[in-house]
Write a protein that binds this ligand. Sequence first.
Ligand code: DP6
Length: 350
Amino acid sequence: MEQNFVIAVDRYNLIPTALVSAAAPSNIALVKYWGKRENQIPANPSVSFTLTESRTTTAVRFTKGDGKVKVRLDGEDKPGFAPKIEDFINRIASYSPIVRLYDWDINTSNTFPHSSGIASSASGMAALAGCLVDFEEICGICFKGTEKIERQSFMARLGSGSACRSVYPGVVVWGETDALEGSSNLYGVPARNVNDVFAGFHDTILLIESGVKRVSSTAGHGLMHKNVFAEQRFAQAHENTKKILQLLENDNIEAVGKIIEQEALSLHAMMLTSETPFILMQPNTLSVLHAVWDYRAEHEKNLYFTLDAGANVHLLYPEAEAEQIQSWIEENLAKYCQDGKMIHDRVAIK
Ligand code: DP6
């Protein structure tokens, strides 16, 4: 199957240079990917909402050379970003042999503030993979049907697992599951039959803590190899994937919300129970979680939280209740955010 993604070097027309650009949004997982095998194969399936506002736009000037990488963020040189991209190039070279025959001059920018604690790897790697497949097309590779977007997702996965879900709008599934025909460990696929109530869901991201995380996601995935609860966790994620995909077809927001919160807390429970334990939540993260539970106990509202591998909190709620919920968030939760900062994002429909 992976063999399908290998393109022989003699199929490319090796033009001297080309400039390509691509944009991709971030995504927030509802069922979490946490734990992986060799070559970026996930230990369990995951399900996400692709967002709208939090995006990365990247332009790459490919010039015949030997795979040298130069990166700028908002016009500023970022030599520190190069090793991650060089690793990416090494991982994809057996599928796209031209990547080492060109130098990569990369210019990238994010809509969200740098060091806001929002991971740029999902949107960043999806955008970079978008640049690569566009460049391959310019070099004469002809993609048919869904081949191009699947290739972008496949490449993005090799850069950062969660990035493979950022190539499609709406609800995206990555990892083999009986619940979705065509699902794959190699690339993301869009979920079918998502109820309108979930399309256009809101995601307010509370920026609790900025700066570099104490433990990277990649290191966190690695710690799952020795976590004594790993097998139960993978089984839970399989089960939750099945349940949530079924539930997303209907309008039972509460049942979906329950799974989303369980997933967030299970993810962090894995961190707490690692052989080398670590905690990414901050006191303000916990204050927000309690505030959300109290709010739900007092008002019959569909407001649910999820967490990524950090202290920030994503608050999910439907459009029909957005006005009231958003005012409540702004009035009551800004005090838990660094400098009062939050980002109002939404699920990308198209
Ligand atoms: C908690 O995709 O950032 O956000 O594949 O090592 O780059 P790498 O990890 P990454 O992990 C994301 C972890 C998560 C859950 C998720 O997005 O599914």
